[in-house]
Structures are given as C-alpha cells and as structure tokens.
Design a protein around this ligand. Sequence first.
Ligand SMILES: [Zn+2]
Length: 419
Amino acid sequence: MDHSRVSLASRLPHVEGFRCVVCGAEYSLDQVTYVCPACGPVGVLDVVYAYDRIPAARPNGGARSMWYRQLAPLSAEARLPALNIGGTPLYDAPRVAETLGLARVWVKDDGRNPTASFKDRASAMVVAHALEMGISTVATASTGNAAAALAGVCAATPGINATIFVPASAPEAKIAQLLVYGARVLLVEGTYDDAFDLCWDVCEEFGWYNRSTGINPFTTEGKKTVSFELAEQLGWQTPDVVVVSVGDGSIIGGVHKGFVDMLAMGWIERVPRLIGVQAEGSSPLVEAWQHNLTAQEMKPVDAHTIADSISSGLPRDRAKALRAVRETGGAFVRVSDDQIIQAIPELAQATGVFAEPAGAAAYAGLKQAVAEGRVRSSESVAVLVTGSGLKDIRSAMKSVGSAVRVTPSLEAVRAVVNG
Ligand SMILES: [Zn+2]
C-alpha cells in the first residue's frame, strides 16, 4: 500500500505512535500499518496518545455520537463518515437488577447503530482514517457485523469502496445487508478464520487497506468510544463491572482502551472490572485465562456456536482481551448456546432490548458471573449489547414458542383470552 503520500505522524501531533501489546516495542505512525513486525499477528498495536498535548477538560457533548475528537487518531481536518454512529442509549434496567440481586444494572444498546451493531464504531474510525490517508478500497473479513458496518459506512462515504470476505454460513440477514449496501461480497466456502487469511493475502496482493479486526489498530480506537459514552452518560462515574461478549476479543480490548485513556486524562477515577463472556463452543480465552496462558501460548480450537458474531477459533485480539481482563481484575466466563438462546427473550422482556445471540450472550454471562460469585450484590454493572436481534431471526425464533393462530373472529380471540 502506498502510504508515502501522507505522513500521519506529522498530521497527528496528539498521537505518540504505536506500541506492541506483546513486546512493548514502539513505532511511529508512519513505520507500521497493522501489527508488530517483531511479534507477527499476535503482536497487535495500541495507539499511544500524548495525553499532555490534549485539552484536559471532560467532553460535554451529551454522548450524542462516537466522535470524541480529542482522543481520536484523526487530524482536525479529517472527514467523517456521514452516518450518525454511537450516541446509543444507556438504559437503567431495574428489573434485571432485582432479578439478579444487584445494586444497579444498565444496558448499553449498541444494536441501535445505523447497521444495527457495535461494529459501526470500528468501521467508521477505519474509514475516517482511510480518507485521511487517501485510500479508496477497504477490505475486511468478518463473521457478518463488521462487514455490514463497513459496507454501510462506505455506502455513506463517497470515494471509498468496500470488499467483504464472509463465511458462506453467515446469517442471511447479514449477507442481505452487504448486498443492499452495494459492497463487493465474496462468500468464502470455509470458516471465518479462512476468510480472515484470504482477506489478508488479497490486501497484500492488491494494495487494499485491511480493516479486519485484530490487526488494524484503528478498530480499537473506534470501539473504545463506547466507554467514553458510557462514562459521560453516567456523569463521569464508572460502574463497578462492565460485561462484554467476546469472540476475537477486540470489543473488550476497545472497551478497556477507552477506560485507560479516560483514566490517563483524569476524566474518570477508576477503571471497571471487565468480564468477558464466551460461548462454550468458542471459548479459548476462558481457557487461557483459567490456565494463565499468554496470548502467544494460545492454540487454535475448532469453534462452533449459535452466536456467530463471537465464534473465533483463535481470537485475533487475544493479547488485548487477556490484558483487559487481567489488568482490571475481571474474569472470563463461559455460557452454553442454550443459556444464550434463553437470554434473548429474557433480556428483551425485562428491558425492551432485542439482542442478537452474541449481544444476549453478555446478559447470559452476567447471570453466570453472578452465579459464580464474581459480582457482589452491592455492585453496579453495565451490560453491552453489541447487535440487534433483527440480525438473526432464525436464532431468535428458537428462543420463543410459536404464536397462537386464530380465525378472524371475536369468538376465537375470546377463547384464547379466557384460556
Ligand atoms: Zn511486538
């Protein structure tokens, strides 16, 4: 890729550069594009800010969008995608708190983003960055949501095209979104991991910019904005615990980065404990956390879960995910597909938030964490719902019985109402 036209380092004086999460090596923004050259793919990079060059005042924008420009890796002149991303609602969930015996529970509904998932945050940041660099084609591998997000953001952004690699088994609604947004879609006859490797090779071959999760450091910078909003919505207080479902580990890594940035800026006083939730059939991070493995020591597993968005055999952002949980004194918990399915209507009926399986997994994980004694009754918890239930109707239908059929007559309804 020809990055020589634009020097990022000179355009972004508030950014120091990159730091490898695994070996700690530092690089300038112009030196590397994706991962640490010394560590390879496991060596994902942090974007490091010069906090002392950023105005210290807390933002005061009412958490209406994801653009907290002082802590974004963008220049003052950067063009932003035109969609309204972030600014998602944070709901108080007293019935959930009561059921689980907790002091307070909030639900952050990121299914309310333009393409109905949290991934809009990452795609918007990457596309803004691509515009800054004068890049015209962005590609990604995805289990579905990141792809839909990239396709949607690119559709709203003249001059940028999306090419998408998704496993052919992705839910129909997600594939429909890609096609409707006009992205070039390649259904890969293989797993997500196969799609990921293929996207990498293709980007190398054609010089495209790779947005894939876990290698593009700017995705984390988009994802972290959910923590900024959460803190601002709570008047710059932080909950005791934040619960996040985990596949590749990049959302929990982003959530963590957001809190770390805010702590360094003095916007908040403490970082919440982060609890990562994995599906039983795709839980290598639970395994690694329990056995005290490093990211480099982790081995791929054969992943399968109904929660397609968090299905990952070797989480790409495992270094950031392990760090997020270890540094905050949090935990990883494991939930079965049955627990996830059951959580969809439970969460919806207690809060009005209809989550896709991966989103409901966070709620199932909170229940599991409470059962395991990892959250105390005096504590407050925020649950991050990462995608809308409309993304995967087939799974949702498994969680509920069938509706009652009636003939169009008052009599028939009377019979139903009177039992
Ligand atoms: Zn490294």
